[in-house]
Design a binder for this molecule. Sequence first.
Ligand code: ASP
Length: 429
Amino acid sequence: MASEPRRMARHTKIFIGLVVGALAGVICNKFFSSAPALALVQKYLSDPLGKIFLNMLIMVVIPLVFSSLTLGVAQIGDLKQLGRMGIRTAFYFLIVTAIAVCIGLTLVNLIRPGDHLPQETKERMLATYSQEATTLKGAADQTDFGIQTLVGIVPRNPFAAVARPNPDMLALIFVALMAGIGLTMIAQERAQPVIRVLEGINEISVVIINIAMKLAPFGVAALIFSVTSRFGFELLVALGWYVVTVLLGLTLHLFGAFSVLVKVFARYNPLKFFKKVETVMLTAFSTSSSNATLPTTLTVSQDNLGIPPKIAGFVIPLGATMNMNGTALFEGVTVLFLAQVFGVDLSLGAQLIVVIMSVLTAVGAAGVPSGSIPLLILVLQMVGVPPEGIALILGVDRILDMCRTVLNVTGDVTCAAYIARSEGVVLKE
Ligand code: ASP
């Protein structure tokens, strides 16, 4: 009871940070966009403050994922139960992500935003963002997606897999799962000290997150200010139909599909659910990163919803990397939108490929801002839509990224709630 008012205050503070940062950014964008002082504020205040907050969260992700997942598996103990939970989780991820893509594809076929795009806007965007698109396409060509992605899940050197700017989360997950299984198979007296160390690491991570989250109202304000003070708002209007299609799809999935899933599978009141995961949604929105949100997702699912650490520790880290409903929906809509713009007629068969590839690439996308863009370029190439077309949407990507990341992480909590329920846990009211 004692901690409840404090948590409420945190939501509110973050929300106020978000609104203040957004408003200040929009005002500066409108009235002072060419003032040198604004560039200074961005460079020396909002960018570094936002980055420090983000880094503070991201810095605990590797130890947290490793310790939570290993402990989760070790505490589940029984390999049969682990298998059952693993299969349910994987099916849930795949099916719900496919539902998200289908919602997106239905809308994009109905609204046909590509047909509404004025030729002038198309040419302007292609010219403005072509440089960036070419660079991204170059990066995408380097991305191995396919059999190599599968092979890469089993790392030759687990330290090398994570000791780089973009850690390979799938490899980390694999190593953690194996370590957890190993712990269940060795003698108790040797497993216990390791478990105790991992519990210590886990607790230290949570302490660091709590400190970071005290900074959240300022960090969030700074992150949002950095985005809105630079953002070309006229782009939102120019690409209006496309933006509306993506946002409508995301809203339907978030409040429609998730509500039904929470009600039916977790047997929990959806309204209450959204209230409990508010901090998770706000953090995802302001950081645009499933990874940066992961620590918050983990603590909120345990503290607010009462999902036991062994289940949250198993499902949530997997979800942060593999379960990206918003990203898949966005990818599906974007591929079809660009196909419409470039007059590429995608048959039902080709659209089915879009569904499958959007689901798979959403599993492979990194949980960082714009993590899905290189893979989206691959899907475009695969179905014969000019990948340079990505230039059309780059200007609005950040805003859409903020929104789709909310779904990516909320979906992880819906899954954890379902798995907890299916294992007989009664969720906290
Ligand atoms: N930013 C997204 C995430 O972290 C990934 C993406 O769609 O680009 O979940």
